[in-house]
Design a protein around this ligand. Sequence first.
Ligand code: ADP
Ligand code: ADP
Ligand code: MG
Length: 515
Amino acid sequence: MFNKILVANRGEIALRIMRACRELGIEVVAVYSEADRDSLHVAYADEAYCIGPPPPRESYLNIERIVDVAEKCGAEAIHPGYGFLAENPAFARACREAGLEFIGPTPESMELMENKVATKRLVARAGVPVIPGPLEPVKDADEAVEVAEGLGYPVLLKAALGGGGRGLRIAWSSDEVRHLFESASREAETAFGSSEIYVEKYVRRPRHIEVQLLADKHGHVIHLGERECSIQRRYQKVLEEAPSPVVDEETRELIGRWAIRAARAVGYVNAGTVEFIRDRDGNFYFMEINKRIQVEHLVTEMVTGVDIVKAQIRIAAGEELWLGQEDVVLRGHAINCRICAEDPYNEFAPCPGTVEEFRLPGGPGVRIDTALYPGYTIPIYYDSLIAKLATWGSDRREAIARMRNALDELVITGVKTTIPLHKAIMLDGDFIAGRLHTEFLDEKLPGLLKVAREVEGELELVAAIASIIASRRLGRKPISLPRRRPQPTRSAWRLMALAGVGPGGWGFWPIGTTT
Ligand code: ADP
Ligand code: ADP
Ligand code: MG
């Protein structure tokens, strides 16, 4: 096992990784930009080194600098987290050349997987169903139109090196394909360093369902079940859960097998995720492989009891998988809400700033992964994800009920956050019934934001009443509290109606849960 690991990341994921290292008795080294001097990951680490100015290019993406720090401080391995250098084959190679273990796949297999359409080709050849579309990039706009006509509209133009929900364009006609192809390839060139574009059939109202894998260096690959990530905005995940409400044991076995086959096709080692699209008829198609620890890995941890980050480290250290497929047993249900410093009422504009009040939720089955603290100033340079709030329940219903509580208990002031949106989703009838698809948020956003305003309004009033009572109680003149609990200012019925949950009130759960 390693004695010292450098974590080449920041924020909640850096802390998450450092916790795993501590548990394994490994010393941890933080690197940080000038904007992150006061960050929790810096305080948490055993050693910390500044690697440059705030812009990622000059710090968290600076391969030479990071490798240099690792060599000088005597680290034996580097954990890249997600984002930044996590899926960069050049970084994995630089680590190897410096005699450092990169905690992730090998440079060779990362080079194979760098290009999404090349990966798709390998996976298709291995006999896994893939989303309809050519297994090669398209050369020019004419070819894109020809392919689109063959597939039928709508189609999706994808940047071969794209990621993080970027580099995707939906086209509904040949004119649009022609027009979008030019802008998409130009943008892909600047954003990802390659103008390569490939075309896929755009599947309407699908579900995004992905399979978590663990693959050791000795040829063993197992899956840890699936996650449902259909609640998205602009192709980016907003909320995830495990297991998927529509995946039964037989389907899990099937997509698990496909995911393992895909991993073997690219020589995958370490923790990874195979993403699938499920159409409305229940067919699954391979979409892509994520070669990193994922933001939403915690829901899988909660239902399997497997610590995926510790598994990554043990695998990188050369351990043989200590679990067989039959040892993976799913228990209960987990949901994760991505809390971002964004204004949901203003097009989700990022809202960096200083956190004033920060109160954490608690109770059974509640987990929060965050690097926030009161007084912390969220820098403008990085991702807006500030906390992941996850709840576990013995079933989906209990997980949702706990999430409602936890979202109410979680208080973050000083910056705007997406908490109100999550509260509204937790009240939504279709969400509760498990009727999910990737266009869910796009279609429902105006209604959800209306509910969000109502809920926030009510909570503010309740909070105001509570604070008046508290101040009176603390004051010299004690007041007698009313014997009856104060009535809610807005009836729960009205909220339920707004949320579309239907009659029955808070205890009502629509029966006949379908897709
Ligand atoms: P997950 O699939 O684990 O949910 P995301 O797709 O949200 O992860 O990506 C995780 C993080 O990595 C996000 O901060 C995202 O912006 C970033 N990211 C992923 N791929 C890229 C990429 N190719 N370029 C830039 N950022 C990326
Ligand atoms: P990224 O690398 O940015 O994560 P993906 O290829 O995984 O890109 O696609 C991101 C999201 O876009 C998916 O989660 C899904 O919601 C949507 N998407 C991707 N491909 C398709 C498709 N062919 N049809 C419908 N939706 C798609
Ligand atoms: Mg993806």
